[in-house]
Design a protein around this ligand. Structure first.
Ligand code: UDP
Length: 340
């Protein structure tokens, strides 16, 4: 299998799972469209014959994620920072607002850009949706729950967030983004849908520098036989969702009328410790890397796991890909990226 095939297979799987959910002939604006999740969404929507407008300032997104789509009749890329106004003449049917840096290592370096993308950026994207009478999908985050005291966490939990902590640029701005969406829904009757995305991984995730989240970092370290850097004792948990499941969930949320005005957790409820994750990655990558323990960053949530009952009921959706299977695909992709 070559690197393109891991992604191609994934796209086919998403299209199969979506069945009659199809955005054909709709114009969809995807902010953050050159990012990890944004580019997967663009791929699926282009395949469905939607007209896709991909907006990205390439702050953390990469042009190579969408370069294969450039030149297609139903795909347009605009390099733009969504925290600054932009106008469209063509009628837009759906706005999907994904633009934001999302890696904790970026919270340290780019907190203001992050706040702008989720507050001003959400406000500007909502303005576009309002002008065009478009549906609006906001990609929020499990971070709105902070260090959750209820696990698995349902949408009704209001969170335990430190408003001045190192992560606040992300979690508080996503919370403000959600509040802005609901205000537009209440005051202007806008059709908004909010996804609270839990840790998602897969091909096209960045492993480099401040962009690296735990899975790509561990894979990169394992493949290069470098120490696997575990923060804290590794007993903290996350629940990892493979990208194909996440994209299917997001498109279902954007589709169903019953999801109008709703906030829904999208993630995989299989909870894993970071130490266990390190061991699994090491094994699948057939690596000799030693495990190396580093201090736990401040405000790092102890446990994170979604209650996805609402998604099951409302979207007829749940994650299907098990961690080991998703990791195998992702490791495959990382290996081939290196040699190509
Ligand atoms: N983590 C780790 N080693 C790394 C990177 C991250 O042990 O090299 C831990 C991090 O402290 C957190 C978990 O892995 O507990 C998930 O981190 P990630 O950066 O993916 O994002 P988060 O889920 O915290 O938003």
């Amino acid at each position: 299998m070559d690197k393109k095939d891991v992604i191609q297979e994934g796209i086919k799987e998403i299209l199969r799972s979506l069945k009659n959910i199809n955005f054909e002939d709709q114009t969809v604006l995807v902010t953050g469209g050159a990012g990890f999740l944004g580019s997967w969404l663009c791929d699926v929507l282009v395949e469905q014959n939607a007209r896709v407008i991909c907006l990205d300032n390439l702050a953390s997104g990469l042009e190579k994620n969408i370069s294969h789509l450039l030149g297609l009749e139903n795909f347009k890329f605009i390099k733009h920072d969504i925290s600054k106004p932009i106008h469209f003449d063509e009628k837009i049917d759906v706005v999907m607002h994904l633009a934001s840096r999302a890696s904790p290592l970026e919270f340290d370096k780019f907190p203001i850009q992050i706040i702008k993308a989720n507050t001003l950026g959400t406000w500007i994207s909502l303005g576009i949706a309002k002008k065009h009478g478009a549906k609006f999908l906001f990609t929020s985050t499990s971070e709105v729950y902070g260090d959750a005291q209820i696990i698995p966490t349902p949408e009704t939990y209001n969170g335990n967030v430190n408003p001045i902590g190192i992560r606040s640029c992300y979690d508080e701005s996503k919370r403000a983004g959600e509040a802005t969406c609901m205000s537009y829904a209440r005051q202007h009757g806008l059709d908004v849908r909010i996804a609270r995305i839990f840790n998602t991984y897969g091909p096209r995730m960045r492993a480099d520098g401040v962009y690296g989240r735990v899975i790509p970092r561990f894979i990169h370290q394992a493949l290069n036989n470098k120490p696997i850097t575990i923060f804290g004792d590794g007993k903290q948990t996350r629940s990892f969702c493979y990208v194909t499941d996440q994209i299917e969930g997001l498109l279902r949320l954007a589709w169903f009328d019953s999801a109008k005005g709703e906030v829904v957790n999208t993630g995989n409820p299989e909870e894993t410790t970071i130490l266990e994750l390190a061991k699994i990655v090491k094994k699948i990558a057939n690596s000799n890397s030693p495990l190396e323990f580093h201090p736990l960053p401040p405000d790092d949530p102890r446990r994170r796991c979604p209650d996805i009952s609402k998604a099951r009921k409302l979207l007829n959706w749940e994650s299907k890909v098990e961690l080991r299977e998703g990791l195998k695909n992702t490791i495959e992709w990382f290996k081939l990226m290196k040699v190509s």
